[in-house]
Design a protein around this ligand. Structure first.
Ligand SMILES: [Zn+2]
Length: 690
């Protein structure tokens, strides 16, 4: 998901595109906190719990250690410099730093103690500034850039690192470089403030039982109530989806959408618009026409023009598909509201649910009963085992930040050696990040003691067990879980030798490839069946006839969904392709009308909560659609060979997943596919005829 790939964690998103990320601005103050004794966790894959006061202390020590290391590299006399004591040492220091700080940063999103959470959040800005300033050090750049690599692997490492320095502005003179750093640090501060505002948002709506008519009991049961019996509904993902999918009352859905689209409007629109203008200035200083050109240089797309051509080519075919869906939905609305001449933005999800129920004769509630979380996890890990020759088992003896958190060990099937660890934190709780995201926590890399095991955590929000029922997942939720597991495969099966090139530290517009490939696994009939098992009787798989109806219904809605993704991608590209002040709301409204075919809700302030734009996806939202092209090429290959085919799985593991950023994404893909990927698999997936 998010970078600021500075710190290379990857933030991913539910439902193709929703909100992500978070930071809080108050810097942790060492002076007035008594740090407690750190827990001893020597047998654990990483430090996974923190007492109040620990994080600021540990962060300061970690940053100091890194600075001492960098100074030591810079001070080596020119004639004594070697590849080992410069480039390899740099990779080690920066990876030691990230391995230590990513787990602290994670606590900002998940720790049950609000002080620890604030301290975790507070280091995000420090991390961003540290990264910017490190890659702006001329003494380091000089020490690293003239080293001669001995192997192709070393060349890759040196080139990637040196390029990061050069993109930071190392080719500028000192005064202009200083100005770039000043502006970048200002951007980091604005991003922090924007995200902190979203994180601390407490928007709630009160609805009567009547106003929520249509919501299933499982959703109603998840809301707290006021003393007078009103339901308290937040704008968190599960609440939002439940209301928008099921509330019969149109005014209820409208209120929900309006609330969601106006979160932190007054504070965040100015922060975003100021940031966009500073980004333009940075891009100009660095010799680029626009921020989009700056960001995309060095990625798979290469330049902003290629991205715009790709996006614009999708407009017409997606409009046709979307209009065909609207033509199906409008008559359903007219049964309730005979005078209706068009759909409103708060109608789409609701009438899509009704259409699917009527046309395909099933309800999501009925289907969910076949997918209790534990059964799905077992089945899903079983697929990974079949594909990659690994074993996944739960670790009971663990130190974690909350009792809900589970830890899994991934090992080699043949010799049992540990490959990696994965934490799962899947139920909502107060103060926890409220969407879905994966955090890379410890990077894989080759050390003198052998290959260091990578560690990641998936943070999500499934409905917890209630009323004697286990947590039951909708197909959409399973799809999201598979998406994050696709990222996890990429991060945890890495075998790249260098921390800065391992896991999902890849070209930005390649990063969503393994995730958007694996999410499609769930729509394979045999896979869907294999991860099912009724919660009252695990032997009872989803009936084939019901399964087939679920799969058949999947295509409907892609026109709207992908038009929305296109809208967000273009919105981001247009914001970051201009010169001078940008009216973010007006541009959003125009694109909404064009791409969704209906006006945005009046008074919308959607850019105030589109956190991708302030969380590392600036001029990067397009990468979902871009990576989906590669993902569908991969899926098609597996579909030919079998979705659990060990030979194809191992080839994919060796050619793509293991290599991280040791080669360009196009090389990885071509090695796996045997040819360059084409656009056709995406068009076929979308039902677009060329
Ligand atoms: Zn993702």
């Amino acid at each position: 998901m998010i970078p600021i790939r500075s710190p290379g964690q990857l933030f991913t998103v539910v439902s193709l595109l929703l909100i992500l990320c978070a930071l809080v601005g108050t810097a942790g103050c060492l002076d007035n906190k008594e740090p407690q004794i750190p827990t001893t966790q020597t047998d654990q894959p990483m430090k996974a719990d923190y007492a109040p006061g620990e994080i600021p202390l540990l962060y300061a020590e970690t940053e100091d250690r890194a600075q001492v290391g960098f100074d030591a590299i810079a001070e080596i006399p020119r004639n004594d410099r070697t590849f080992d004591n410069t480039v390899l040492a740099f990779d080690t220091i920066i990876t030691d730093y990230t391995d230590a700080v990513y787990p602290m940063q994670l606590m900002g999103y998940v720790h049950p103690d609000s002080t620890v959470r604030e301290e975790g959040m507070a280091i995000e800005e420090a991390m961003s500034i540290f990264t910017t300033e490190t890659y702006a050090r001329r003494d380091l750049y000089d020490a690293l850039s003239d080293q001669i690599p001995r192997t192709a692997e070393e060349r890759r490492l040196r080139d990637v690192i040196v390029r990061k320095f050069e993109k930071q502005g190392l080719l500028l003179d000192d005064d202009r470089l200083e100005e770039v750093i000043r502006m970048k640090n200002r951007i980091a501060s604005l991003e922090t403030e924007y995200t902190a505002n979203l994180n601390s948002d407490t928007t709630t709506l009160l609805f009567s039982e009547e106003e929520l008519r249509g919501l299933p009991p499982s959703a109603l049961g998840g809301f707290t109530r006021t003393e007078t019996g009103a339901y308290i509904v937040t704008t968190s993902y599960p609440d939002y989806i439940a209301v928008m999918s099921y509330a019969e009352n149109s005014e209820t859905r409208k209120r929900m959408l309006f609330a969601d689209n106006t979160v932190q409007a007054e504070k965040n629109i100015p922060l975003l618009e100021e940031t966009i203008v500073i980004r333009q200035k940075v891009a100009h200083e660095l010799g680029y026409d626009t921020w989009a050109d700056y960001q995309i240089d060095g990625r798979m797309a290469g330049d902003a023009e290629s991205v715009m051509t790709f996006l614009n080519d999708l407009k017409d075919p997606l409009r046709e598909k979307r209009d065909a869906e609207y033509a199906t939905l409008l008559p359903i609305k007219q049964r309730i509201d005979p005078g209706a001449e068009s759909l409103d933005p708060w109608d789409i999800r609701y009438f899509t649910e009704i259409y699917k129920t009527e046309e395909y004769g099933y309800s999501k509630e009925e289907v969910k009963e076949y997918f209790p979380l534990d059964r799905v996890l077992d089945g899903m890990f079983g697929i990974c085992e079949s594909l990659y020759g690994i074993t996944v088992e739960e670790v009971d003896d663990k130190v974690v930040w909350h009792p809900d958190v589970r830890l899994f060990r991934i090992s080699d099937e043949t010799d049992g050696t540990t490959i990696a660890h994965l934490y799962l934190d899947l139920y909502p709780r107060e103060g926890k990040y409220n969407h879905f995201v994966i955090f890379g926590l410890v990077n894989g890399r080759l050390t003198e003691e052998g290959y260091a095991e990578p560690v990641a955590a998936i943070v999500g929000n499934f409905n917890p067990p209630q009323d004697g029922q286990p947590s039951l997942l909708t197909i959409e939720e399973i799809w999201t879980l598979f998406h994050e597991i696709g990222h996890a495969q990429h991060n945890l099966l890495t075998h790249a030798p260098y921390g800065t090139l391992s896991g999902f530290e890849v070209e930005w517009d390649f990063a969503e490839t393994p995730s958007q490939a694996f999410e499609e696994w769930i729509y394979d009939p045999a896979i869907m069946e294999s991860v099912s098992g009724h919660y009252t009787d695990p032997e009872q798989k989803i009936p084939p006839e019901l399964r087939d109806r679920v799969i058949a219904s999947e295509d409907f809605g892609k026109g709207y969904l992908f038009s929305s993704l296109l809208l967000n991608s273009l919105q981001d590209m247009i914001y970051h392709s201009g010169d001078g002040p940008v009216d973010t709301v007006r541009i959003y409204e125009e694109l909404h009308e064009e791409l969704r075919g209906i006006p945005a809700i009046e008074g919308t302030q959607q850019p105030a909560s589109f956190s991708h734009l302030m969380g590392g996806y600036d001029a990067g939202v397009y990468s979902y659609l871009w990576s989906k092209v590669y993902a569908m090429n991969i899926v098609d290959r597996f579909a030919e060979d079998g979705m659990t085919n060990r030979t194809t799985g191992m080839t994919y593991r060796r050619t793509v997943l293991e290599r991280g950023n040791m080669a360009d994404g196009m090389v990885l893909l071509t090695d796996f596919l045997g040819e360059e990927p084409g656009i056709e698999p995406l068009y076929r997936f979308l039902g677009i005829e060329q």
